[in-house]
Design a protein around this ligand. Sequence first.
Ligand code: NAD
Length: 357
Amino acid sequence: MATKKILIVPGDGIGQEVTSEGKKVLDKIASKYGHTFNYDEALIGHAAIEKTGNPLPDETLTKMRASDAVLFGAVGHPKYDNDPTAKVRPEQGLLKMRKELGLYANLRPIKLFDELLEASSIKPEILRGADILFFRELTGDIYFGEKGRKNNGDTAYDNAEYSRFEVERIARKAFDSARTRRKKVCSVDKANVLETSRLWREVVQKVAAGYPDVEVEHQFVDAAAMMLIKDPRRFDVVVTANLFGDILTDEASQIAGSMGMLASASIGDGTGVYEPIHGSAHDITGKGVANPLASILSAALLLDISFGMKKESDAVINAVDKVLKEGYRTKDIADARTASDNVLNTSAMGETVLKFI
Ligand code: NAD
């Protein structure tokens, strides 16, 4: 029995809708297993800009640091997507959070629930059994380097930078994790063109030497993007830089059937942050159709990684599996075979998961 402080940071759009389902699941786990989870809530993104003018208010950061884990939703608003000149933007809150909390590793498990084989746009025989764990570096690369305009604004630049220690710490996490899985690491870079990638490869090779029991391969990002669709089962652990990881994990979301199914954990030296990989999805906000399973599976990752509660985490994953086996779907993962009564709205899907825990 444990007592933990969890900060709920729903953010914007469907972030609000799905995070409340993730919280319900945590509540259920606490009562079933005799834990005490104390919650607080904080603002980020557009919601925070509206109230405070700041996408990541100091109060939110302080609360994050004082928590044992953060369950996060998403940030974003169409107002900014269509206005590249906006100086204050919701995503700044996200990037600052990652930097301030030292969240240098983003873990994205890509695992297909058998029941969703048909929901993917990839052929079932290629997908069956695919199980990949991405380690995306989160605090370096082109996202955080110097950026700006020159030549009267007609030329723009974004600098990519990596330091040895940044590559080394995420590579170690990836190799440690591979030891608990199928003992394979694929490091993805663009070492034929980019200097940051050449440093990346050099460091990963050095780290790999300390893990002789783990098979390592290096792939260029363009080849890896192709291989993910052609033969996803060949991958076990994939480790890559921030920008490549951002793109490849969205591509890999198709292996899991929908963006609404994929959870992630951002970890580093302090409080871990758990969030769906999807954004604030304003096209479906307020319609009650958002799939909450990514947030619920993020709660499962939180239990496992930040609290070491493996059996509680498995209980959540098994409940999601059962819900899918029973034929329940949200709209994004429903197909022609789904009975119309089994297409659930966001909160009904959350309640159904609770029943199976
Ligand atoms: P998105 O992930 O919000 O949506 C992409 C598509 O997937 C949309 O059609 C959406 O309806 C669908 N989708 C996403 N999540 C779903 C769910 N749970 N259930 C059902 N369908 C789902 O990406 P986008 O449309 O490119 O971006 C929208 C906003 O989100 C932008 O402002 C963007 O900056 C922001 N964003 C935030 C994050 C984050 O907070 N981590 C990540 C990506 C995008």
